[in-house]
Design a protein around this ligand. Structure first.
Ligand SMILES: [Zn+2]
Ligand SMILES: [Zn+2]
Length: 1267
């Protein structure tokens, strides 16, 4: 010790004690490390050497007393956060580095600095990794370019990062500078001299040797590295493959490295290095078509040669320059010489001068390195991918490139997905998991990586995917801390990839979905470890067949030329389904609602001619219903690429991806306080789909024979489902005051705006990912019924997760009874007197039902299990079941003619279900059936008894629209029809029941029609009812308990009653219904009775124009508007609309009809061009109005002198107008052609009374084309 201190004279006390500590530490940690023995003298030398190096690096005369040496075990055990230690940094240098690093990557902090120093021995681990070992233990080391010379040497680490792992006693030391060798190199491999190198085989000669089978031949080989495979562990053997090429003719030769002692070579060799490997033997790889390759032996040595000094050129150099290039150790003067002699050999990141450690490398590679493709170039190269159509699937071929860049984002460590340079994706899944996960800020060099263009629309369009032939190397370790320390993780996704053998595009898709599901369903509905399996199940459901199917063959993938691997080809379907969580779905729904421009589209056609009242009425309610898709805005990248380079054409970039939703189906009332802040769009009429991000109302129907029906099995409640093919509906309610069409852009005229968004789907498009207990029972019963015991449907096992979500049939006692619903009332706020809510009204409905059999006691909840004999007997009690306040959540489940089991838990009192008088009714004398008041703990389970159900599903008194119209007796009606038109009756919105909601307190006029085309108006008063979703044109509605009325003119219409109920029984197409228009002869149209059709196509000739009126009218008061002023004296309106009407006589050879035309069609009838029409409007401004009408068969004008009139009348009688036309027409309402009109004629002295048929009156809705 004294001898040691003597070497450092003139030190202070503090320094002396620090020196003592260092000496003791070195002596203990290096002296007692495994497999070493250190003499006192050697320890002294090492300590002195260490201190000289410290002084040199610290670069001041004083000792760095703030630093302390740390043992490996202490580091691993104590250091819980990632950190950096750098002896050479001054405080200012450190600050500058932090600033630079953090400025490059927003949202990331630089690693915090610690003042710790490490020493130890560098040794090779079992799988070829470097480990730093001292007496206390060892830790994995990562180094950007280790040298073979460091192995086994005592080293001092002045600059390093430490990244702890989640697992205890695990961590990773990243060497950000080379280690310092403490003892002069000794016992190293003899450097190959010139003579030795000249005996070495080049790639070409060695390849020739492979062909001649010689036992025991050992080969010395030199060549340029062109690929380094990752270290693979396959059935107990660990190996990697190095491929060398001849720099002259680029012939390649693989070297298999399987020898445990040589595995660490994989760390030292890089693409484009020149290496010399000794004592290789020839071996046969069975798995690879019996081909032979060279394999390293236990005696093999690896030498890394400076590039300029490859054996081809070495004759011109002196022998000492042939020493292997080593990257380190300023102690070695010989190396310094080498550097100066061969500057090309030095790649920038290999600089070891501690004063100039740079955390960034910009410098280009050596001249002969293949150029690294930059992102833009990359795009350029791959936008002409080879597209192959393989069995109907569009396949692309990937391109193999090299790339260098910086990791800018870790997309999913689990799935091995990263983002480089902010725009290129990187997928590592096709290589075995790396010891060190990549971090944001890492600089990478990747050789032989596959470039895929748009393999998955959820990820960046440019994707780099590594395979076993690719070489990925981190050239600079990131100076940034990762938010969560890099943990090995379950890595279940890549393992999945191996097992299921999916193609790369589907892998990327499933990785993305897994990440999303994790956000929206874990941990409430799914366990973290089942997410992958659920994503896989969704993939199976959505993709008819999974791509891939090719087993990976490791040897072929690494060795074969030309290279093929699972990444060589990939599918590229830009319109693949897109998973969205409920919140995203809702925002997509909201984006359907529009601005001024979309208001305009609501008013087509003929919006411009609407008066103020008509205009605002039309805007009051509108809806958008379209298939669940979302358009992805083109990324800046795609815009850059330009349309002409876009191989996929306009479809994919602009196309619509169908949406897929995953969530749990719930009753509308199942809300909990914790989630009230979530996005909510619910309605008591519907079930809701829910995930962690929100809930959305769903109008659901069930397939029934070849149609749909409203029935919804209660077993769906609580199921985790995947819904594909949804219709996204947004209803828009607008209170507005637009003076005219031209003001639509001005939002100020909108006084109130309100949306309702929900989904519509049929349960056949719902797939169960995890069934509820009731659904499992239901499916089992179904299967048993069909006699299928085999083939248990392949369903994801969710590790008891379902029990957590839905407690299994509890052991609590309960009572039950079977109920058949006969009739259901509509939901409304009623004054029940039972509960006090706002204004004394309670949301409620009633069901008229039969209780079948007696109420039974149960030891545990029977849920929807098969009905037992004891439950069903002939005893039937008629009851009214009353649902109030929260019990109304059962509304969507209960449907007429279905059987339910009512279960009341935690009781054994059967009298609850016996249909006795409810307490609140006891004071009133009863004239109706006894009532059951539904309690909050009652549950209703749908029972499947198909024999009973199917026969009675449509009750006998359910009518069609035609039957309703023709029925003579019925007062109260149940009927079904397709909703063809819906109008809000505006005048009632401001009166009556006060609701803050525009959607509520509405009165609607629904036009219901059936297949015959006949229709009936239904007036629906919603002022006392919550708003029912699904009343959309195209949907089939079941209207029960409506009042049938006759109008004064004898027409039939219906009114809603307080008990009326509207149910959506079938979903229409997402587009509004296009009534099929049959071609009709006018004669047929005049037939009286049922056969008369409403809409039809007429092919005929315009005989004459009876009447034509063009007007500028005031948008407020309808008066004529003359020269920009309203003609009405009280009106100060400044807006006018141009209106036109015409009436013609048309005949088609079978009869004659009068056809009315209004605004946009008049122009087409007159055959005028847009410009002519505008000119006409301008000309009319002066007088405001013009009329042309016929007398007899000649046209007469109001004033013959007027040239405008003359023009119009001549136009109307010309062949431009009087021509053959095909029109779509609708019969005008309430014209009674059949009866005709009594007329009196006088002939001389005699009066004749005759009944004249009125001409057929039609309104033209569309002019097809001139025929
Ligand atoms: Zn490949
Ligand atoms: Zn006016």
């Amino acid at each position: 010790m004294e001898e040691f201190l003597d070497r450092f004279p003139g030190r202070s006390d503090a320094e002396r004690s620090w020196l003592k500590e260092v000496f003791g530490f070195v002596k203990h940690q290096l002296g007692s490390a495994p497999d070493t023995s250190l003499t006192e003298e050697a320890a002294l030398d090492l300590s002195v050497s260490l201190l000289r190096r410290i002084e040199e690096i610290h670069n001041t005369c004083t000792l760095p007393l703030s630093y302390r040496l740390l043992s490996v075990s202490e580091l691993v055990a104590r250091q819980k956060v990632a950190c950096v230690s750098n002896l050479s940094w001054s405080t200012n240098q450190h600050k500058a580095c932090v600033k630079e690093a953090e400025s490059e990557q927003a949202h990331h902090k630089a690693l915090p600095r610690v003042h710790l120093l490490l020493i130890g021995y560098l040794r090779a681990g079992r799988a070829g990794e470097l480990r730093l070992t001292d007496a206390s233990g060892d830790v994995t080391c990562e180094c950007v370019s280790p040298s073979p010379q460091w192995l086994g040497q005592p080293v001092f680490l002045p600059h390093w990062n430490y990244i702890p792992h989640n697992a205890p006693h695990m961590g990773l030391v990243e060497l950000i500078g080379s280690p310092v060798l403490l003892s002069p190199c000794q016992g190293l491999a003899v450097h190959p001299g010139g003579a030795e190198l000249s005996r070495a085989d080049g790639v070409k000669e060695a390849a020739a040797r492979l062909l001649t089978r010689c036992q025991g031949v050992r080969v010395q080989l030199w060549g340029v590295v062109c690929s380094v495979s990752p270290v693979l562990e396959v059935s107990d053997s660990t190996f990697f493959i190095l491929i060398l090429k001849d720099p002259q003719n680029s012939q390649t030769l693989p070297v298999l490295v399987q020898e445990t002692g040589c595995l660490w070579w994989s760390q030292c060799v890089f693409v484009d290095q020149c290496v010399y490997v000794t004592v290789l033997r020839v071996c046969v790889v069975r798995g690879w078509k019996g081909n032979r390759l060279l394999s390293a032996t236990s005696k093999s040595k690896l030498h890394i040669l400076p590039h300029a000094l490859s054996p081809d050129t070495h004759t011109t150099h002196t022998p000492n320059t042939l020493s292997p290039h080593t990257h380190a150790t300023n102690t070695n003067t010989q190396d310094t010489e080498t550097h100066t002699l061969s500057p090309h050999a030095q790649t920038p990141e290999q600089h070891t001068d501690t004063q100039t450690i740079s955390l960034k490398t910009h410098t280009p590679q050596q001249q002969n390195t293949e150029t690294f493709t930059q992102p833009l170039e990359a795009t350029e190269q791959k936008v002409e991918p080879n597209v192959i159509i393989q069995s109907g699937v569009r396949m692309k071929r990937s391109k193999v490139i090299s790339y260098q860049g910086v990791v800018t984002e870790v997309l999913s460590e689990e799935a091995g997905l990263y983002m480089i340079d902010g725009e290129v994706g990187l997928c590592l899944a096709h290589q075995p998991p790396r010891r060190r996960g990549l971090r944001t800020g890492d600089h990478l060099q990747i050789h032989g990586v596959h470039f895929l263009y748009q393999p998955c629309p959820d990820l960046p369009p440019s994707m780099l995917c590594v395979c076993l032939r690719s070489t990925l190397r981190v050239t600079t370790f990131s100076p940034l801390a990762t938010p969560e320390p890099g943990s090995p993780g379950p890595l279940s996704l890549p393992r999945f990839l191996l097992k299921q053998d999916v193609g790369v595009s589907q892998y990327l898709w499933i990785s993305h979905v897994t990440k999303q599901l994790r956000c929206s369903l874990v941990p409430r509905w799914l366990k973290a470890n089942t997410v992958c399996a659920v994503a896989w199940r969704i993939l199976q459901l959505l993709f008819k067949r999974t791509e891939g199917g090719r087993r990976r063959d490791i040897y072929t993938e690494i060795l074969e030329d030309p290279h093929t691997c699972p990444l060589s080809q990939y599918t590229a379907d830009p319109l693949v389904c897109e998973y969205v969580c409920v919140r995203e779905c809702l925002s997509a729904l909201e984006s359907q609602c529009g601005s001024g421009a979309s208001l305009r589209s609501l008013l087509l056609p003929g919006g411009a001619s609407l008066s103020k009242a008509q205009l605002n009425q039309r805007l009051a309610w509108s809806h958008s219903a379209r298939p669940g898709t979302r358009t992805r805005p083109p990324t800046p990248h795609q815009e850059q690429a330009g349309p002409q380079k876009d191989q996929s054409g306009p479809g994919p970039t602009r196309g619509q991806r169908p949406l897929v939703l995953v969530g749990v189906l719930e009753l509308p009332g199942q809300t909990d306080a914790a989630h009230t802040s979530l996005h909510t769009h619910t309605s008591p009429h519907t079930l809701q789909l829910r995930d962690g991000s929100g809930r959305v109302a769903c109008v659901v129907t069930e397939p029934h024979e070849d149609r749909q029906r409203a029935v919804f099995n209660s077993a769906w409640i609580g199921c985790l489902v995947c819904v594909k093919r949804v219709t996204m509906v947004t209803e828009q309610f607008l209170q507005s005051d637009f003076p005219s069409y031209t003001h639509l852009e001005q939002d100020g005229y909108i006084t109130h705006k309100h949306y309702r968004s929900y989904l519509q789907f049929c349960s056949s498009d719902v797939h169960i990912l995890s069934p509820s207990v009731a659904m499992a029972t239901h499916l089992q019963a179904e299967r048993a019924k069909r006699g299928e015991e085999e083939r248990e449907e392949k369903r994801v096992k969710l590790d008891g997760e379902e029990e957590e979500r839905l407690p299994r049939s509890s052991q609590h006692p309960c009572v039950s009874v079977v109920m058949r619903v006969e009739q259901k009332e509509g939901l409304s706020w009623r004054n029940t007197g039972a509960e006090r809510e706002e204004a004394g009204l309670t949301l409620s409905f009633r069901v008229r039902a039969e209780l079948i059999g007696p109420a039974l006691k149960w030891g545990k909840d029977p849920k929807n299990s098969l009905v037992t004999g004891a439950e069903m007997d002939s005893h039937v009690t008629k009851v009214q079941v009353v649902y109030q306040s929260r019990a109304v959540q059962w509304f969507p489940v209960l449907q007429p003619n279905c059987l339910y089991r009512i279960v009341v838990s935690n009781t054994q009192d059967t009298s609850l279900l016996s249909g006795k008088v409810a307490p609140w009714q006891s004071k009133v004398e009863l004239h109706t059936d006894p009532a059951l008041q539904v309690g909050l703990d009652w549950t209703f389970h749908t029972l499947a008894l198909p024999n009973l159900l199917h026969s009675q599903c449509l009750s006998p008194n359910l009518m069609s629209v035609s039957e309703l119209l023709d029925s003579s007796s019925a007062e109260m009606v149940w009927f079904q029809g397709v909703l063809s038109e819906r109008i809000s009756l505006l005048e009632n919105t401001n009166t009556g029941h006060a609701h803050s909601d525009v959607g509520e307190g509405l009165k609607l006029r629904l036009t219901m029609c059936d297949q015959s085309g006949r229709s009936v108006h239904v007036y629906l008063d919603l002022s006392r009812a919550p708003y029912p979703p699904g009343l959309l044109p195209g949907n089939t509605l079941l209207l029960s308990a409506f009042q049938r009325r006759l109008s004064r003119s004898g027409g039939v219409y219906c009114n809603s009653l307080p008990v009326s109920c509207v149910t959506v029984s079938q979903l229409g197409d997402s587009s509004p219904p296009q009534p099929s228009t049959p071609l009709v002869h006018l004669m047929d149209w005049m037939q009286p009775g049922e056969k008369r059709c409403i809409v039809g196509q007429v092919k005929g000739h315009v005989v004459c124009v009876l009447y034509l009126q063009l007007t500028w009218s005031c948008s407020l008061c309808d008066s004529t508007f003359i020269q920009s002023r309203c003609s009405s004296p009280q009106c100060y309106s400044t807006t006018a609309v141009f209106q036109s009407t015409a009436k013609i006589i048309m005949e088609d050879g079978t009869g004659e009809a009068q056809v009315w035309f209004s605004c946009p069609l008049v122009r087409l009838l007159l055959g005028l061009a847009d410009s002519q029409w505008e000119e006409l409007q301008r000309a009319l401004r002066v007088r405001g109005r013009i009329r042309v009408y016929s007398r007899g068969r000649g046209l007469v004008c109001e004033e013959d002198s007027d040239c405008l009139l003359q023009y119009l009348s001549s136009l109307c009688s010309s062949s431009t107008v009087c021509r053959s036309l095909t029109l779509t027409c609708r019969a005008r309402a309430h014209t009674q052609q059949a009866e005709g009109e009594a007329r009196r004629f006088t002939r001389g002295e005699t009066d004749f009374m005759t009944r004249m048929l009125l001409p057929l009156q039609l309104t033209c809705t569309h002019i097809e084309a001139d025929s």
